[in-house]
Design a protein around this ligand. Structure first.
Ligand code: KG4
Ligand code: ZN
Length: 357
């Protein structure tokens, strides 16, 4: 396997992301410079179906990835030989898409004799705040809120993630997307619900706060989604904007309550970090900032473009791997894509997990 050629801070990693509905490529240098970055959203392809269609996603990744890699190198004025490693998302995610990105990463690694770094997509999100903020040190408390996940993690170092809580049914982004669907706002739903909520009354519609006050700090959003559906069906005296605002407020109350619980069960953390697509939500950010400020914790939220899926976070995770493991020669090229890949393999299943309302 080819060796790393640049000095520590000059190392360059090609990042490839294809686990859901964004095809993304980035060239990231270990001194936290994103040298070039391309991202192609598949929103238009999936919008008619109201959600991501796995086969359409895989085909779109396959069509776009190779020309995007070429264009990203051209943007940066670099060639494949200039990179020290190739980092590709190897899971979790939609298997067809993950395979497209991983196979491309393997082919480039083999052709250029460079190490392949198989990155867990969730690790990309978990470490992305350190790309934007050089002062953010381990450990930190991470709220990871995306379309597929809702977890509280203790991030103790590169490769050292302890899951403190997870959702027993839906992810928060999924709940935003379903609320958007119920309200006829289309896909992707999160930003549309946030926008509509600005015009509504967050106390206008009584909605539940599932698991609020429960002993384990886990989340549940399926019941909230069902309540949104009932609120829409029985709509009386309140607007869609009130439903959106009340849903968002209920979700935020749950996040804060569950974080309070998690914090009460562990040693203090110097910082609270939020990552994942839902971290793009202004009201969510504001509430989390208030939570952290009240507890002497620093609050760190990456810039919006780093919150939703992107390849800079995958390239950066690759840089973190190289820095943390000086003798790392690369992951094996016969490594398989993993549709499921928990960040904390030791974490027990949450009680009630898998129960969907
Ligand atoms: O991290 P991400 O881009 O993809 C996954 O790994 O899942 O997260 C996408 C999720 C979607 O469910 C989307 O609706 C949600 O993040 N999202 C938002 C906002 N922007 C994206 N949810 C609430 N408010 C937003 N502004
Ligand atoms: Zn993601």
């Amino acid at each position: 396997m080819g060796s790393v050629t640049h000095s520590l801070s000059g190392r360059i990693v090609l990042g490839i992301e294809s686990s859901c509905d964004e095809t993304a490529v980035a060239l990231v240098r270990a001194d936290r410079t994103v040298l070039a970055e391309r991202i192609a959203s598949q929103e238009a392809e999936h919008a008619p179906y109201g959600g991501v269609v796995p086969e359409i996603a895989a085909r779109a990744h396959a069509q776009r990835l190779a020309p995007m890699i070429e264009a990203t190198f051209a943007d940066a004025g670099l060639a494949l030989d200039d990179v020290d490693a190739i980092a590709a998302t190897a899971g979790p995610g939609l298997i067809g898409g993950v395979m497209v990105g991983l196979v491309s990463g393997k082919a480039l690694a083999m052709a250029a004799d460079k190490p392949l770094i198989a990155v867990n997509h969730l690790e990309g999100h978990a470490l992305s705040p350190r790309l934007a903020d050089p002062t953010l040190q381990f450990p930190y408390l991470l709220l990871l809120v995306s379309g597929g996940h809702c977890q509280i993690l203790a991030v103790e170092g590169v490769g050292r993630y302890r899951r403190l809580a997870t959702t027993i049914d839906d992810a928060l982004g999924e709940a935003f997307d379903k609320t958007a669907k119920i309200l006829g706002l289309g896909y992707p739903g999160g930003p549309a619900v946030e926008k509509l909520a600005l015009e509504g009354d967050g106390t206008g519609v009584p909605l539940p706060r599932p698991l609020k006050g429960s002993k384990e700090p886990h989340f549940s959003f399926a019941g909230l989604k069902s309540a949104v559906l009932r609120a829409k069906e029985n709509q009386d005296g309140y607007s869609d904007a009130d439903i959106a605002a009340s849903f968002q407020q209920a979700a935020i109350d749950c996040l804060v309550d569950r974080l309070e619980r998690a914090v009460s069960l562990s040693d203090p953390f110097p910082a609270l970090v939020v990552a994942g697509g839902v971290a793009a939500n202004r009201s969510v950010r504001d509430a989390l900032e208030g939570f952290a400020n009240g507890r002497d914790m620093r609050f760190v939220a990456p810039p919006l473009a780093l919150c939703t899926d992107n390849a800079a976070m995958i390239g950066w995770a690759g840089c973190e791997h190289l820095a943390a493991k000086p003798d790392f020669a690369g992951d094996p090229l016969d490594l398989k894509a993993r549709p499921r890949w928990p960040l904390d393999p030791e974490a027990e299943a949450a009680r009630g997990a898998g129960v969907k309302a």
